[in-house]
Every structure is written in structure tokens, then in C-alpha cells.
Design a protein around this ligand. Sequence first.
Ligand SMILES: Cc1cc2nc3c(=O)[nH]c(=O)nc-3n(C[C@H](O)[C@H](O)[C@H](O)COP(=O)(O)OP(=O)(O)OC[C@H]3O[C@@H](n4cnc5c(N)ncnc54)[C@H](O)[C@@H]3O)c2cc1C
Length: 336
Amino acid sequence: MTSSPDVIVIGAGVLGLCTAAELAGRGHAVTVIDPGGPNASSVAAGMLAPALEALLEDMTPEQAGLLKRARDLWPAFAEAHGLSLHREGAEWRGPDAAAAVTRLRELGFEAKAMRQGLLTPDDWRIEPGAAMTLLSRTAGLSVVRGRVARLAGDARRWRVEADDGRTWFAPTIVLATGAATAIPGLPPTIAALVETIEPIRGQLTHLAVEGPGRVVRAPGVYAAPATGGVVIGATMEPGRRDLEPDPDEARARVAAGLALLGVEGEPGPTRVGIRGAVADGLPLAGPSGQPGLLLALAPRRNGWLLGPMVAQVVADGIEGRAPMADAAALDPLRLS
Ligand SMILES: Cc1cc2nc3c(=O)[nH]c(=O)nc-3n(C[C@H](O)[C@H](O)[C@H](O)COP(=O)(O)OP(=O)(O)OC[C@H]3O[C@@H](n4cnc5c(N)ncnc54)[C@H](O)[C@@H]3O)c2cc1C
């Protein structure tokens, strides 16, 4: 099969789909190629959490500011694509809440002390499954089932070949393959960059219990509203790509989550996803330095939060527009 979109996006995770939807919204004909099935993005809890991520990861004000600006792109992006944002805020129930409130305010977030911890209105949420379905239905975008096995490019166009022999051609491709290893045929410098991406396994468990209606986080555990109940997560297991759930870990974390919420319930399915990350924890997003090849990779544990920012940076790069100020922090070549 041969077709000629303007842009081929390889990978239908949050970064691939947000980028494809942004491009389609700007009038480009976009084909997304993905084998289908669960990925890190569909497994995720969907927290858009600049405040508590900045607090828990002990970020600088500059790092926290980037996450907040990424979140601030969500209302317009959600409206453009018909996605529902949940802006109920998030609770932190941990030791020394007063110090945490002070720290959050120093980082530029709103927070108020509560009896059991603190509440910040700055962390929002999205339902990953529903959002991915809607993004993949964007006009001008088509999603094709397939696994890309080989790439070949010259100054004019890219040839994209699936493992079943189908081929597509486009002047521009976006690599959004998550934590996957480098696709054969990538330019050697880009293949080497992709191989620096570290996989970080994460698992979370669904429970059909009534939650508090917003994300609640505590040391080592969180509970987030999800379709039909809550999800209790999540592990951070660097270096692991295996997808088999660990039932002992899930049992212990669910017990901690139920204690956090003060409810009882039986665990539902445990799901595993593999996040990709590079040394500074920020995505590799934008032009790669190779003609017609852009990257949308490695958002670590904030892929949903960073989706619209990555999409904008990549789309601006494709159109040759002046990059937004935050694009420099995501430049794929910044670490080389
Ligand atoms: C348990 C867990 C909870 C999380 N919770 C949150 C959260 O609350 N908030 C948040 O912001 N982030 C969260 N994250 C992180 C977030 O899920 C990731 O940062 C994000 O999903 C990564 O998106 P991605 O598009 O880079 O990769 P992925 O979602 O992995 O998508 C990559 C896609 O590329 C495809 N692909 C790979 N190779 C090929 C190929 N050769 N050909 C075609 N397709 C290919 C894969 O099949 C896959 O579908 C969580 C992650 C986990 C694991």
C-alpha cells in the first residue's frame, strides 16, 4: 500500500497523537502508524500535575515553571479537540504539610493546608483512554495499524516500511515511539540518541471503589479517579521493559491506596506501561538536525502533562515557525 501524507507520525501514544492532532488542526494531512494495543499513555493515570510533580521531584522554580506553562496549554488544546479536562485539584497527604505549602507557593503554585495535608488547585486531570480515542478521530488524521520495521530517507522524502511489507512515503516523519529501541534505517546519530532513552517500568491497579473525586497523593502511593473507580499507582522501575504485572507489589500498593482513601475494596486489573526518559527528565522534542525528521520522545512520567507543549514545538519545527521559548529546553540535541 502506498499513500502520500504530508507527515507520518510513528507511534500513537500521547506524544504521537497530540502532535498528529495539532498538525491536522493546522491543515496537514497526517498518517499515524502504530501496532495498536496498550502503551504507556493508555495505562497512565492522566494526572496533569505540575504542582505535586514539582514538589515530589524537588524541582527548581525554572523546571516547575516549564511544567506549569505546559499545563497552561491544555485548556485551548482540549477545547480544539473536544477533550474534557478535570480541574478539581489534587491533595497531598504527607508529613510536614505546612512546609510543603510554603514550597509550592515558592514554586509559583497555589496551595492551602487541610486537616490531613494540603490541596492545590493547580493539578488537573484527563481520562487517557477517552482522550486518545478522540485525538485519533481528528479530521485530517488517519491511524493505520502497523509496526514500522525500516526507514530510509534522502533530502526529498522518507520511505517508511512496515514489518508486513507495506510502505508509505512522506517528506516529514515524526518519531514518537516511546521507550522503544531505534528503528533500523534511522540516521546513526539519531539511532544513538534513541538508544540513550532509559525505560522506566510502571504499574498501577484499577479498583471499582468510590474515590474522593480528585487525585490524592501520599509518600509512595497515589489514588486517581478513573472510569468506574480509581487507579492506585504507580511504580518507577528504571531499566525494566517487561510487561508482566507483579501481583505482590500490586497487593501492597493497593493496601496502601485503600488506607489512604479510608475505603475497602477488591483489586481489579493491574496494568504495566514503560515510560521513556533521558538524563534531565524532559522530552526530546523538535527538529532532529536531519532533514524531515522530528522527534517527540521521552517525557518520563509527565507525558500527558507535556503532550500539547511537545505537539506545538514539533508542529512549529515542521512549519519553520519561530519556536516558543520553552522549545530550547526540549531540543533533542541539547544533551549531545
Ligand atoms: C503507570 C503509569 C502511570 C502514569 N501516569 C501518568 C500521569 O498521571 N500523568 C502523566 O502526565 N504521565 C503519566 N505517565 C507517563 C506517561 O504515560 C508517559 O510519559 C507517556 O505515556 C509516554 O508517551 P509516549 O507517546 O512517549 O509513549 P507511548 O505511550 O509508549 O507510545 C509510543 C507508541 O509507539 C509505538 N511504537 C513503538 N515502536 C514502533 C514502531 N516501530 N512502529 C510503530 N509504532 C511503534 C508503541 O506501540 C506505542 O503505542 C504514567 C506512566 C505509567 C507507566
